[in-house]
Design a protein around this ligand. Sequence first.
Ligand SMILES: [Ca+2]
Ligand SMILES: [Ca+2]
Ligand SMILES: [Ca+2]
Length: 275
Amino acid sequence: MLSSSSKSDWPTDLFLTTDNNQFETWINKQGNFSREDILPTEVPRKSVIVGQSSFVDIDGDGHQDHLLPVCLDEACLNSVIYLAGQRNKEWVTLLSDFQQGETKWGLVPGAPGLPLALHLGDYNLDGFPDALVILRNSSSRAQRAFLLENVPCSGSSCPSVGRTFRVHWDQSDMGSIPQAALATFYDIYEDGILDMLVLSRAEGKADFIIHALKNNFEADAYFVKVIVLSGLCSSDCPQKVTPFGVNQPGPYVMYTTVDSNGNLKNASVSWADSV
Ligand SMILES: [Ca+2]
Ligand SMILES: [Ca+2]
Ligand SMILES: [Ca+2]
């Protein structure tokens, strides 16, 4: 897996999850990779099922953080989303409460082609990335897509980054899609507002059903659209036309803006796992 400039020095670094569930970070020094474990090398203690790593700036300080969804048992009855910041090599719990009233939900163990993963995007343009995740009802076994909103938090039970995820339990549009299997953000009309795609599977059918949910969010906000051209071309490029939009993992964009109160606000995004 590729991470983007985990040291914020711009060259793309390499982050690996190895067979025995360990992590290796390889820093790109002018094209040469050297191992430098600036992130935790071990999965969180008591992890039984380890999902895919994501890199995202959860607290808006401009530096990417490492997010990891984990199950503490084979059935994922107890699930946790962990975070490791770069200045702190310890795992901290970002979200472990998946209780909706009397109902307990949990992450869904990965399957071939459907890994346990968070899909990240800033659906409400507040500069803090939110997530989409599939949860399974521990009693009925029903699966639904849920939006996890990145919200500020304070108090002793809060992670040190001062942010947490709030589960939108009552989002009726996503709740009406039975047996959801995968949910991701996608800007359908390219208007800068992220919409959502949900895949579900009908009973007894192998193929997925694709549902598109338009995000009606409106606010006095701006968005920055960045297109990264890889410029990669093999030696036999026809008419010397450089390919456009080649899928290239690793690009990293960081910028600073000023909010309406005059405060500086950092933000960054990586293309390591945006699809
Ligand atoms: Ca951060
Ligand atoms: Ca947000
Ligand atoms: Ca849109």
